[in-house]
Design a binder for this molecule. Structure first.
Ligand code: NDP
Ligand SMILES: CC[C@](O)(C(C)=O)C(=O)O
Ligand code: MG
Ligand code: MG
Length: 337
């Protein structure tokens, strides 16, 4: 199936420059969108609760900060970039009462629409601009004149102009420099959840930690295991990013390539593939979403426990020590958030 990919010349920045945008939340994505839109000549206001710890950060950057309700009342386009689990309450309490025909509600991820946690009225546009990368790098790439690819989708086109508006927003954060793909809320939500669980975050972190454990438990130095299993992973992935798996294989030794081809499929074997299919099934059926919403409603007990266990893994202490000697590696994500 071929997809439509849009670049800078396909998007009219004027469409978003002509609207007032409220960015609700000023975290990883929120700060990146708000600052880059502002730098693209868009009128931006931030929506944060009165006691939010993000308020000083946004104000230091010269952004106007109101409550989510006040920002939603002022804006024509309301982009929700608060945590997925908080969005349904923010929507019900602060956004819905301030919607009016002709306004647009935007998302950075389709979770709340895909799983029916938010149902906007029929007379507003509902669209998504979802960067395929962490917010701090979305901002860093924009500042460097580059861009992170985005997925753009329209769930509801009340104005008849929702897609060009969303594309203009994507241009404002640098997304169309790299390419914006038109998709649906369902495809974005399901592939994004799958990617972060099975490959990018869950799969990669478990692979790195397990490799580190196998080496250190066999008596090798943690520093050597860290460089081998974590630090060098970035350098290997950089080659894949630049030229695909083929370029990585071109650059590594024949010995490494033979080991890659003969041993890789033993690590990620048919059992792993079956587990990935199961994970995808839980996402498609809504089982994962129900579990995560219930976990959040219960105060996130498992999340807190697993997060603490991850932070206490020996690879973290070893890495902290080694990274502190490499100033070019150990740097803040951004000076802003
Ligand atoms: N992280 C990423 O790179 C990516 C995220 N996304 C999507 O973007 C959205 C935002 O995620 P992310 O940037 O990670 O979020 P973060 O957790 O980084 O940011 C949370 C922000 O929302 C604020 N916030 C918390 N509760 C409320 C509330 N009730 N009202 C208003 N603001 C609130 C926080 O304020 P305080 O400081 O006071 O807690 C903080 O500023 C999600 O839909 C996510 O799936 C999509 C692509 C990548
Ligand atoms: C990979 C994790 C992500 O989907 C992202 C940065 O794109 C997220 O939800 O943070
Ligand atoms: Mg993602
Ligand atoms: Mg995600």
């Amino acid at each position: 199936m071929s997809v439509e990919v849009y670049y800078d010349d396909d998007a009219d920045l004027g469409l978003i420059q002509g609207r007032k945008v409220a960015v609700i939340g000023y975290g990883s994505q929120g700060h990146a969108h708000a600052l880059s839109l502002r730098d693209s000549g868009v009128d931006v206001v931030i929506g944060l609760p009165a006691g939010s710890k993000s308020r000083p950060k946004a104000e230091e950057q010269g952004l106007r900060v109101l409550t989510p309700a006040e920002a939603s009342a002022e804006a024509d386009v309301i982009m929700i970039l608060a945590p997925d689990t908080a969005q349904r309450t923010i929507y019900a309490e602060s956004i819905a009462p301030n919607l009016a025909p002709g306004k647009a509600i935007f998302f950075g991820h389709g979770f709340n629409i895909r799983y029916g946690l938010i149902t906007p009225p029929a007379d507003v546009d509902v669209a998504m601009v979802a960067p395929k990368g962490p917010g701090h790098l979305v901002r860093r790439q924009y500042v460097d004149g580059k861009g992170v690819p985005c997925l753009v989708a329209v769930e509801q086109d009340a104005s008849g102009n929702a897609f060009p508006l969303a594309l203009a927003y994507a241009k404002g954060i640098g997304g169309t420099r790299a390419g914006a793909i038109r998709t649906t809320f369902t495809e974005e939500t399901e592939t994004d959840l799958f990617g972060e669980q099975a490959v990018l975050c869950g799969g990669a972190a478990a692979l790195v930690q397990t490799g580190f454990e196998v080496l250190t438990e066999a008596g090798y130095a943690p520093e050597v295991a860290y460089f081998e299993c974590l630090h060098e992973l970035k350098l290997i992935v950089d080659l894949m990013y630049e030229g695909g798996i083929a370029r990585m294989r071109y650059s590594i030794s024949d010995t490494a390539e033979y080991g890659d081809l003969s041993r890789g499929p033993r690590v990620v074997d048919s059992r792993v593939k079956e587990e990935m299919r199961k994970i995808l099934g839980e996402i498609q059926s809504g089982e994962f979403a129900r579990e995560w919403v219930a976990e959040d409603d219960a105060g996130r007990p498992n999340f807190a426990k697993w997060r603490a266990e991850g932070a206490a893994h020996p690879i973290e202490e070893t890495g902290q020590k080694l990274r502190s000697m490499m100033s070019w590696v150990d740097r803040p994500l951004t000076e802003t958030a």
